[in-house]
Unconditional design. Structure first.
Lengths: 416, 299, 278
């Protein structure tokens, strides 16, 4: 009676499991390409993949795209199951973390063997993903922070050029602030705000990355000044509470004097702010030419079953033809010297303002900060940022915040 | 005698057969993972390195050195403590729509409408309601002159958690109502009629008949309320991501961040074990308060 | 002849209840209205003050979202997965619920075990769940996505409570008549547990239909994606872009709400039939 029922249900479920045939076929050579939020480029990407396969019979490329917040969950699960995607596109320091975990293939020998390929890449950007003297990723598309300044707001405040020092930034912000207006906005994720500290000589860590060195009177002074400016409205509080949409939208309204963000912000605000043109917006380096990079790199998983094919694919994606098309469609710089030169020349002709913005991305690449080669970057960040944010929003005074942050960061460093 | 034994074994076989499929699912998707977490919590492990036994180090760190854990714990407890309010409100609504009120079905549907929604969508909806520019709440407050400047609810260290709790309240109210309605419907009407004939006043009817017979449903609601601190993961993820600072960090979001954000699955496993034990304790307390044995009505 | 009132003589008037419920309904519906209004309005939604009624309503946001995704395929996937989950869960939960009404040694422990299973959140089980599903060979299949939801403890307890409310005399009479246990369940208990069945169906439907994190991990090929995944995929590159986000939210909600509204007639019938139980 009940046994019959059980048999019936077992049969039903065996039948049901046949209904959904697993879709991962076994091709002779197959690689998986994981991208970070590039779903809007589906058509061109599929085109480039088709181009790659055309000259390689029997090869299959599976393309998986995940949005930023979901990508780590997906990747870690695949790692645990021993089926990691072969080629991955990762943003910023997360690539270093995966490298430190042992998830990525060391690309140094391959880059060493193919000097021409290595020479493609802008060295400063390539070195972003060097961990313990080994190269783990190559640049896919790159950017770093710059200072956008609203010329109209500046003129109103009696200023005609961008600030050249930290104090000048604060002074300008103070002059510009008013009823609905604020002086300075900065992005804050992934250490993007760090140039504000670096230009004052504040170092997060010692050169060997073993000690926290930011708990200094100078740092406390800087933090206090920024917190006071936030309170008075000179610095827009969204700097410390927003992520991407809010700060950029706020600047796009035209009521903010300066925006400290990386180049992709330009295309966003241009879309939202009809007032933006060469006369109303300026692009400059931050004082001291300090900038935090925020780039995407391509890496190969160590567990890849077809590493040579994966490397082929990486080279294909970053060679002149595909990379130029990519740069054009996505309006980015790729960190490949030749491609970027062409891209810049094109902008110089078609869009002088964009040219101004993008030129900053390749200048002063020796002054990049906020990009420590940490294998536990997100943990260090989690130790520092909440305290910094509390100080900025007036919840803690600078000294306490720095002390607490030092304690937490040191603990992370000890554990590493 | 042998007839009796056969009946007992038949009954035992029945119970096993009937329970087996469900238990299999739970074994695979709950118990095994819990075991994995427990094992992992006393090791140091990352997806590519071999595990190393380290005893209670993670727990030490959590309890002695991790202020985020304590804040997440406090927030979780606050979250759970607010559920009795929602349950009481749901009970009130359930009583109102249980009667032969005309249009009761419409009211029931309206109240329940918020539950079938994807929690991510609910988070997006409420984030927009709280927005200081186009949001409804600020609009109402400013139009009625209660405040001058818009309030940034979700960025306020003080208001963020209550705001998230309110959004969750909106979504789960209908669920509580359904459970309580199902319970109310299974109370035999003749009990009420007998009481009415005996001249028992409405309040006493409620306290002596309704509440006791609702024990299983209320217990279920309490457990759901406890579990709510899980399902609110999507809400928090979308609305505040635990911020500002860690003002809306719950244990569940911290577990996820520790695992997939900081790639510390071993530490996340320890957090999971601690959260599990905490919830077991809370459930046991809830069980006691509703009369024991999962609130079921002994015959 | 005035229409006879539906309430027993001497009981309190209905209108205060209506008043309260109308206020409650209004509060519950505001969030929906606000989002729909935002998705339709032509104003700048970030300008203060927002208007209560949509200004220059247009459907462009919806057109945008609709054209970006293979809606039909994702809908099909969601329907199949949810149907499997509902069918399987009814079978499993009814069986388990009935088993728990029996008094057997160790019942207390089984109940506690089940309750404790509820206390294990999905986020903590992602990696093991993935590995187990992979070992079972059902990754990236409809069954694999439905599997974790084939039994839920809440529904088991709902059935248990419902079965326990049936007068034992009925069950004893059926047993005397020689009915097998399963027949007792289907012939006697289930017909009297319509509300429990409806609860199980609706809850499983909701959990399965809205599931996001599990399908995200368990599905690889884009064609197998369920509706929440498929729509989230096309949520524009960097979070919200004015009304399009809210059009997306509305489109995500419509299938779930529509199916719920269609099914809830049964649901309500199940509930009201209980009211006539003597």
């Amino acid at each position: 009676m009940q046994r019959r029922q059980l048999l019936k249900s077992t049969a039903a479920f065996s039948a049901a499991s046949v209904l959904g045939a697993p879709a991962i076929a076994q091709a002779s050579k197959k690689i998986t390409f994981l991208t970070w939020n590039l779903v809007h480029l589906e058509a061109p990407l599929k085109g480039w993949i088709a181009g790659f396969i055309k000259s390689r019979p029997g090869v299959e490329v599976e393309w998986v795209d995940k949005k930023g917040p979901e990508l780590p969950a997906y990747y870690q699960t695949q790692l645990a199951a021993n089926t990691p995607p072969d080629v991955i596109d990762i943003q910023g320091a997360l690539g270093l973390e995966y490298a430190a975990q042992g998830a990525l293939l060391d690309l140094t020998p391959r880059l060493g063997a193919e000097a021409a390929v290595k020479a493609r890449y802008e060295p400063a950007y390539l070195s972003n993903w060097v961990f313990e003297d080994k190269s783990y990723m190559v640049p896919y598309y790159v950017s770093k922070t710059l200072l956008f300044w609203n010329k109209t707001r500046f003129k109103e405040a009696g200023l005609d050029k961008p600030p050249a020092s930290f104090d000048e930034i604060l002074a300008a912000a103070d002059k510009i602030k008013g009823a609905e207006k604020t002086g300075l906005l900065t992005l804050n994720f992934d250490w993007l705000y760090w140039p504000l500290m670096q230009m004052n000589g504040v170092d997060l860590l010692s050169p060997d990355l073993k000690k926290a060195t930011f708990n200094t009177p100078k740092a406390a002074e800087v933090i206090t000044k920024l917190a006071e400016a936030t309170k008075s409205g000179a610095v827009n509080p969204i700097s410390w509470t927003g992520r991407w949409v809010e700060p950029n939208d706020a600047f796009a309204t035209g009521n903010v004097g300066m925006l400290h963000a990386h180049a992709p912000a330009f295309f966003w605000i241009k879309g939202k702010g009809p007032w933006i043109n060469g006369d109303t917006l300026g692009a400059a380096q931050m004082p001291g030419n300090w900038a935090t990079p925020n780039s995407h790199g391509l890496g190969i998983s160590k567990g890849s079953k077809n590493p040579d094919l994966a490397w082929d694919f990486v080279k294909y994606l970053t060679d002149v033809e595909v990379a130029t098309a990519f740069a054009k469609i996505a309006s980015v710089l790729t960190g490949s010297k030749e491609v970027d030169k062409t891209q810049l020349a094109r902008f110089q002709k078609d869009d002088p303002l964009a040219f101004q913005v993008l030129s900053t991305q390749l200048e002063h690449t020796d002054k990049m900060c906020g990009n420590w080669r940490l294998g536990n970057d997100s943990r260090v960040k989690d130790g520092f940022w909440p305290e910094f944010q509390s100080a900025m929003l007036g919840r803690k005074d600078a000294k306490t915040a720095l002390g607490d942050a030092e304690r937490r960061v040191s603990r992370e460093l000890r554990r590493a | 005698m042998s007839w009796f034994r056969r009946k007992r074994t038949r009954e035992a076989a029945l119970v096993v057969c009937f329970l087996l499929p469900s238990l299999a699912i739970f074994f695979l998707y709950r118990i095994l993972p819990l075991g994995w977490n427990a094992w992992l919590s006393v090791h140091a492990w990352s997806p590519l390195k071999a595990a190393q036994f380290i005893g209670l180090e993670h727990y030490e760190e959590m309890l002695l050195d991790d202020d985020v854990f304590w804040q997440a714990l406090a927030n979780t407890l606050i979250f759970i403590a607010c559920s009795p309010l929602a349950i009481a409100a749901a009970l009130g609504i359930a009583l109102l729509v249980n009667s032969d009120l005309r249009g009761a079905a419409v009211y029931r549907t309206i109240v329940f409408l918020s539950y079938p929604l994807m929690t991510v969508a609910v988070g997006i909806i409420w984030r927009w309601l709280y927005d200081e520019r186009g949001g409804f709440i600020n609009y109402v407050l400013r139009s009625s002159r209660l405040i001058d400047q818009p309030v940034k609810f979700l960025q306020s260290f003080d208001w963020a958690l209550p705001c998230v709790i309110l959004a969750d309240f909106w979504q789960v109210l209908g669920f509580y109502m359904i459970i309580l309605l199902t319970g109310l419907q299974s109370i035999p009407q003749h009990l009420y009629e007998a009481a009415r004939v005996d001249g028992v006043p409405a309040s006493a009817r409620f306290l002596r008949i309704t509440l006791p017979l609702l024990r299983p449903s209320i217990f279920l609601c309490i457990v759901v309320g406890i579990l709510n601190s899980f399902t609110s993961f999507d809400l928090i993820y979308v609305m505040t991501n635990g911020g500002p600072g860690h003002a809306t960090e719950l244990l569940i979001t911290y577990i996820y961040k520790a695992g997939f954000g900081q790639t510390r699955f071993d530490y996340a496993a320890a957090l999971t074990v601690v959260q599990f034990l905490l919830l077991v304790v809370l459930t046991v307390i809830a069980n006691r308060l509703s009369g024991g044995n999962a609130g079921s009505l002994e015959r | 002849m005035p229409r006879p009132s539906r309430r027993p003589p001497g009981s309190p008037p209905h209108w205060p209840r209506h008043a309260i419920m109308i206020v409650v309904s209004f509060l519950m519906l505001i969030p929906f209205y606000w989002v729909v209004k935002t998705s339709l309005t032509g104003e700048n939604i970030y300008a203060y003050p927002p208007r209560i009624v949509p200004v220059d309503p247009h459907l462009f946001n919806y057109v945008d979202v609709w054209y970006m995704i293979p809606f039909a395929r994702y809908l099909l996937n969601s329907v199949i997965v949810t149907a499997m989950a509902i069918a399987g869960s009814l079978l499993f939960n009814v069986a388990a619920g009935y088993a728990l009404t029996k008094h057997f040694p160790g019942r207390r422990w089984v109940v506690m075990l089940l309750l404790s299973c509820m206390l294990i959140p999905f986020q903590a089980t992602i990696i093991p769940a993935y590995l187990i599903t992979s070992w079972l060979g059902v990754l990236d299949t409809w069954l694999g996505v439905a599997l974790p939801l084939l039994s839920t403890i809440i529904c088991i307890f709902v059935f248990k409570a419902s079965f326990e409310a049936v007068p034992p005399s009925l069950i004893d009479a059926a047993r005397v008549d020689g009915l097998s246990e399963w027949r007792i369940v289907t012939r006697i208990l289930l017909p009297l547990s319509k509300s429990a069945i409806a609860t199980n169906v609706i809850l499983t439907f909701i959990w399965s239909w809205n599931a996001f994190l599990w399908p995200l991990i368990a599905i690889r090929t884009p064609e197998m994606q369920t509706l929440p995944l498929g729509l989230a995929r096309f949520l524009s590159v960097m979070e919200d872009t004015t009304g399009a986000l809210y059009a997306f939210v509305v489109l995500v909600l419509i299938p779930g709400l529509a199916i719920f509204l269609m099914a809830q007639k049964e649901f309500i019938r199940g509930l009201t039939s209980g009211a006539t139980k003597g």
